[in-house]
Design a binder for this molecule. Structure first.
Ligand SMILES: [Zn+2]
Length: 127
């Protein structure tokens, strides 16, 4: 169990699409002029984060979906049965956010003239 978790954490640490794995895609409508629907009304939505596309053909009068296909960016898909769970994505997302936040806080702290830094400047002037 632990070994399996470490394996996924390793894999997910370099995975570009953690947020979509954790939250699902963030869809927006885009033009359908880059593909051709055999029948019906083409509808294309694209994820604003990872650029995955969902291309559907709708039958307007029947109000049904005729076809439904996904187009993924390079490196998005895992081999069959290898995709980590949503919980794995969720945990890795908050872990990587925590790392980013810590880096940010560290850089902010270094720009603030602390009492120690002021003392060091004063001592340097005396020399
Ligand atoms: Zn996405």
């Amino acid at each position: 169990m632990a070994a399996e978790h470490l394996y996924k954490a390793d894999e997910l640490a370099v995975y570009e699409y953690l947020e979509c794995g954790a939250l699902g895609h963030s869809w927006d409508f885009v033009d359908s002029n880059h593909w051709r629907a055999a029948f019906g009304v083409p509808v294309t939505r694209r994820c604003v984060r990872c650029m995955t596309e969902r291309r559907q053909c709708l039958m307007r009068n029947e109000r049904t979906v005729l076809s439904d296909n996904y187009w993924y960016p390079p490196g998005y898909k895992f081999a069959k049965g290898e995709r980590p769970s949503r919980m794995d994505f969720l945990l890795m997302s908050i872990d990587s956010k925590r790392r980013r936040k810590q880096r940010k806080e560290t850089s902010v702290v270094t720009t603030i003239p602390t009492a120690l830094a002021k003392r060091e400047v004063k001592n340097a002037r005396r020399r």
